[in-house]
Design a protein around this ligand. Structure first.
Ligand SMILES: [Zn+2]
Length: 257
């Protein structure tokens, strides 16, 4: 069993319409041990695969899908978006979008921000996306690219959920990295992300981006580095697990897990 930081639903616009369930996880629950204690969802960090499998099964149960229907992102710190039309392995990308019911999209992180998006079409039906975004993703505008892709698929209005991420005070970086954020991000986004002297707060930048685009959002969890009991942090611990953000479309609100 996984104990999520928070979970909820992007409500459908009418009771009979599809709706999108989301959950944001941290360290709590699950079966992993040691550095991966205990809800690690990543299979590339050195954790036992039997433990990762068990945790992913618990994540699937949390949102009411079968484990094979989870599509777990393989991030590459870029700006590309992959549209997912079936279960299985998605192409490596930092954004996954789907209009398919019953596919659980999963983004993982341990300091980088994760974002869940629900986009509603003119006919009210929703589509979903999960995004992984560190400072490189902020520079590559992976969130903007995701909204653009969803818009091209017909989405007209959006809602978002932001998972936990490291704050600027806990994430000091070399000057050249700060300069890349100044050079490549929109000025208001860069100003928010660079609010702490010498550090980058990616989530603060994303919050400004969403606000400017008039996309309502909720931010879940605090700074990963400052929450050692509840959250994995790569910057703090090096060898560690990954928390997740999962979204799935259901046929109707009545199909709640
Ligand atoms: Zn912090």
């Amino acid at each position: 069993m996984i104990l999520p930081l928070a979970s909820g639903v992007f409500p459908s616009l009418a009771p009979s319409d599809r709706s999108a369930f989301w959950a944001v996880t941290g360290r709590l629950g699950g079966v992993s041990a040691g550095a991966f204690s205990s809800a690690n969802l990543a299979d590339h960090v050195g954790d036992q695969s039997v433990h990762v499998d068990s945790n992913r099964a618990a994540l699937a149960a949390l949102v009411g899908v079968e484990q094979p229907n989870l599509v777990v992102m393989t991030p590459v710190h870029g700006g590309d978006v992959a549209v997912v039309r079936s279960t299985g392995v998605a192409q490596p990308a930092d954004s996954l979008v789907t209009e398919e019911v019953g596919i659980g999209l999963v983004a993982l992180g341990a300091d980088c921000a994760t974002i869940g998006l629900c986009g509603y079409r003119e006919d009210r039906q929703p589509m979903i996306a999960v995004v992984h975004c560190g400072w490189k993703g902020l520079c590559a505008d992976v969130l903007g690219n995701t909204v653009k892709t969803m818009s091209e698929l017909g989405a007209a209005t959006f809602r978002a959920i932001l998972g936990p991420a490291i704050c600027g005070n806990c994430y000091p970086v070399p000057e050249d990295r700060l300069q890349q954020v100044r050079d490549r991000c929109r000025s208001d986004v860069a100003a928010a992300a660079l609010g702490s002297a010498g550090g980058i707060d990616v989530r603060a930048g994303l919050e400004v981006w969403l606000t400017e685009c008039e996309i309502p959002f909720e931010s879940v969890g605090g700074c990963t580095s400052e929450s050692s009991r509840e959250l994995f942090s790569y910057r703090r611990d090096g060898r560690t697990g990954r928390q997740g953000l999962v979204l799935v479309l259901k046929e109707s609100t009545n199909a709640a897990p």
